[in-house]
Design a protein around this ligand. Structure first.
Ligand code: 26W
Length: 818
């Protein structure tokens, strides 16, 4: 029976003000006069939440009654950030709540900033999942996100004497008003034990897994509000709990600590997010996390399906499951186990259902980031799933040999890597278990076909397709840049709020001097806002009229923050050597976290801070150059940074950045891009046009070629004075006189193999930067290009990405009603 849809609540400031005070009184138990700022946050959140709940019920009912196909997005990470502003914006309550709070002398912006970030992700992959959740709700796709409710999200970064220090993150300490615990959606998850095989004559053997350990998965639901509140979807995160919270026998015999061992072990599964996005951790706990959330999600999906359907025969008609990288890939084996062992399906039929249900998105080609698990660990933890993987593998290998694949091709296809102490290859498992496999930009998808999945692509020619990433324009334009949103609304009308591709209407305004001035004024205000944040946090004063040249993202060698720092040093040297020249004032801003175990990445952070200290305190620079490293980069900081950039650094070694999404956020907010032909930069070039983006350096095939030729940086350093002087300055301790050998390893990597092509690309990068210096002095031209970037970035909305997934992979969503 459908719940009655409640009367819409009044959204005028009077009603909102009254309700906020009501919450303050009866839910928080404070008199408004005694209320502290966190009480206001809570009261406003509760008022907004009530409105969301009404719509959430309505959406859930509508989807259930329509019997439409549902989409389940399985992801180890959801980097959602704050939710209040997103909810208020999408419900279009911003003005009314601001007004309501003013009556109590409270600023909405202040209140919004008190909310902790939900940092349940590392970087690109997790943030993409968050944009996709918002876009599914906004485009009317009935989507549920499944993930892990980490008690500690991504670590907090501090910089102490220039170096990264990791501190635990504790987003849940003050409670989380956005989540609802669902005790009635609790499942048992098994680990270890053995597999019993029952053989009846004339029948295939039956397998029963008897796990040695059991853990409970408890659901926590968070509403995800779509644009204009028309649909509210669910993000369901799993939390681990012990089946027996206290071992009574142990407790009664006086072993009070021992009585808690089991619950500690169980709860450890969802305690902390692994902070590495480039190296496989390879730890047992990580595999436990992966299986835990996959198995819980599948049980939940099947239970819901069987509540509405007679059998699992039509699972793939009603359910699409997207695997966000290989982290949930064990789901392929688990669904096979559920279908065959638990629901009695014949193997071939089960495989057909499984493949038709899953889709797999690949987000990286870096060999060190591809997941593979030692067979003995896998077998010990998941014995039945291991048997199933062997059987899937046998089928795949048989098919390949029948099609004439040779030994080396078959060993590349195999789900088992025989080379490195026998391992399960999760990429191969996800690939063969899915009907569609996608890359996240056009270039990345082509490289997938040529590299990691070359042989599987030969075997299954139609399986790989491209789905270029996108970002949600609600968070990354409307909410983070209200100034620009207001200006655009005045200039081209509000149509772009519903269809961001209508930003195109602003394109001709690049030729309108008045509009250029207003566009520049918005940018300047955003730069001043960022300068204030930097002044508060770091006591560094910035000139908002300098070029704000920004690189914010995870710190990784392939992303080449090191190249950017070397260029800063070369510029520093030139400014001092040629004080007579007309240098364009520039501020180089960095932010990002390094994986705690990634030594080189941490050295790069240290170097950025060392260089900043020396340059910023050198009077001979006369403020023509400043270098800033902002600690603790996260979603909320990104919301302040993206609108404040003149220049966006997207300078990865070509062929290595799968897509990038920061590149899109910057350009949407009117930054010009300096970048390589990598990831989605390639498509950004096609959309904004070559006059409006600044591409330099080796292309992906040239990088691959040079690597085959054992290219070295030494000869380039020796013949390039600018580079040589900069590198010498680092290696002689100019930036760290207290410890001159600090960057020895970093520098020798340049001389030896220059694996990341920093030396190879230095000159092209330097020249492009100097060209940009000149361009910035011609503000009319610069602003015209910036406007064209904003106007032409509409295609990079995650609404477009989601519509493509819905049409080509999921066969679900509006227009695809079953
Ligand atoms: C197993 C350790 C591990 C953890 C996370 C390996 C790899 C990952 C992620 C796949 C890394 C990641 O976030 N990749 C990024 O995904 C973004 C969204 O598609 C892309 O825009 C980035 O280019 C890509 O680096």
């Amino acid at each position: 029976m459908g719940a009655k849809v409640p009367e819409p609540r009044q959204n005028d400031p009077d009603t909102l003000a009254r309700q906020i005070v009501e919450k303050m009184t009866y839910s928080i138990c404070k008199h408004p006069e005694q209320a502290r700022k966190y009480d206001w946050l809570r009261a406003v959140t509760l008022v907004v939440r009530d409105r969301i709940i009404d719509r959430w019920f309505a959406s859930t009912d509508r989807i259930r009654q329509s019997k439409d196909k549902r989409v389940y997005y399985l992801s180890m990470e959801f980097l959602i950030g704050r939710l209040l502003r997103d909810a208020i914006n999408n419900l279009q309550l911003t003005g009314a709540i601001r007004e309501a709070l003013k009556r109590y002398n409270v600023e909405l912006d202040m209140v919004e900033l008190l909310e902790p970030d939900a940092a349940l992700g590392n970087g690109g992959l997790g943030r993409l999942a968050a944009c996709f959740m918002e876009s599914m709700a906004s485009t009317g796709v009935p989507g549920v996100g499944y993930g892990i409710r980490y008690v500690h999200g991504f670590f907090r970064q501090e910089i102490a004497e220039g170096a990264q220090v990791e501190l635990p993150e504790t987003w849940l300490v003050h409670g989380n008003p956005w989540e609802f615990e669902r005790r009635d959606s609790t499942y048992e998850i098994g680990f270890g034990g053995k597999v019993l095989t029952q053989q009846e004559p004339g029948k295939p053997p039956r397998h029963v897994w008897r796990p040695a350990e059991r853990v409970l998965a408890v659901a926590y639901d968070t509403p995800i509000v779509g644009w204009r509140g028309e649909q509210v979807n669910t993000l369901r995160l799993w939390s681990a709990q012990a089946v027996d919270p206290i071992l009574l026998d142990a407790f009664n015999s006086g072993d009070h600590i021992g009585a808690l061992v089991e619950s500690n072990k169980a709860e450890a599964i969802t305690r902390v997010l692994y902070p590495a996005d480039s190296h496989q951790a390879g730890q047992e706990l990580r595999l436990r996390q992966e299986y835990f959330f996959s198995a819980a999600s599948l049980q939940d999906i099947i239970r819901r399906h069987l509540g509405e359907n007679d059998s699992l025969d039509n699972l793939a008609d009603k359910v699409a499951i997207q695997l966000n990288d290989t982290h949930p890939a064990v789901s392929v084996a688990e669904l096979m186990r559920l279908l065959v062992d638990v629901h009695g399906y014949e193997w071939g039929k089960a495989w057909e259902i499984t493949r038709a249900t899953f889709g797999y998105t690949n987000h990286t080609l870096l060999p060190e980031a591809l997941e593979h698990w030692p067979i003995n660990l896998f077998e010990r933890l998941l014995p039945r799933q291991m048997q199933i993987i062997y059987q899937i593998n046998a089928d795949v290998i048989r098919e390949a040999s029948q099609k004439g694949f040779d030994g080396s091709q078959i060993s590349a296809i195999s789900l088992i890597d025989e080379g490195h102490g026998r391992r399960v290859r999760m990429g191969q498992l996800a690939f063969v278990g899915s009907h569609a496999v996608n890359g996240v930009s056009a270039l990345h998808t082509e490289l997938m076909k040529e590299t990691v999945f070359r042989n599987l692509h030969d075997l299954y020619r139609d399986r790989i397709q491209n789905k270029t990433n996108g970002v949600t324009p609600r968070r990354w334009l409307m909410e983070s840049n209200p100034g620009l949103t207001g200006l655009l609304t005045e200039a081209i009308g509000p149509g772009f709020l519903d269809d961001v591709e209508k930003l195109r209407d602003a394109d001709p305004l690049a030729g309108d001097a008045g509009f250029r001035d207003r566009f520049a004024a918005v940018k300047r205000a955003n730069k001043a806002r960022l300068a204030d944040v930097i002044s508060d946090r770091l006591a560094i004063t910035l000139d908002p009229d300098a070029i704000f040249d920004i690189q914010v993202k995870r710190i990784h060698e392939y992303k080449r923050q090191f190249l950017n720092i070397i260029e800063a040093i070369a510029l520093y040297n030139q400014i001092r050597a040629h004080p007579e020249k007309d240098w364009t004032p520039r501020v180089k801003i960095f932010a990002g976290k390094a994986a705690p175990s990634y030594v080189q990445a941490k050295e790069i952070i240290h170097l950025a801070n060392d260089v900043a200290r020396v340059i910023n305190s050198d009077p001979s620079v006369r403020d023509l150059l400043k270098v800033v490293f902002i600690p603790n980069y996260n979603v909320s900081l990104a919301e302040i940074i993206m609108p404040a950039a003149d220049l966006s650094e997207q300078i990865s070694t070509a062929g290595l950045e799968a897509s990038g999404t920061g590149n899109m956020k910057f350009a949407l907010n009117g930054a010009l891009t300096i970048g390589t032909l990598d990831g989605a930069n390639v498509e950004m070039l096609e959309h904004v046009g070559e006059d409006n983006i600044f591409i330099f350096g080796l292309k992906a095939d040239e990088v691959a070629q040079r690597r085959r030729e054992t290219h070295s940086g030494r000869s380039i350093i020796e013949r390039t004075p600018l580079l040589r002087e900069a590198v010498n300055a680092i290696s002689t301790g100019v930036f760290c006189p207290e410890s001159p050998a600090r960057y020895h390893t970093l520098v020798s990597s340049l001389y030896n193999n220059d694996w990341w092509m920093i030396c190879a690309d230095f000159e092209a990068y330097w020249e492009t930067q100097r060209h940009l210096d000149e361009l910035f002095l011609r503000q009319d031209e610069w602003q015209a290009k910036a406007i064209r970037n904003t106007a032409r970035m509409g295609w990079f909305s995650s609404d477009r990405s989601i519509r493509e997934y819905a049409t080509d992979i999921w066969h679900a969503g509006p227009g695809k009603r079953a």
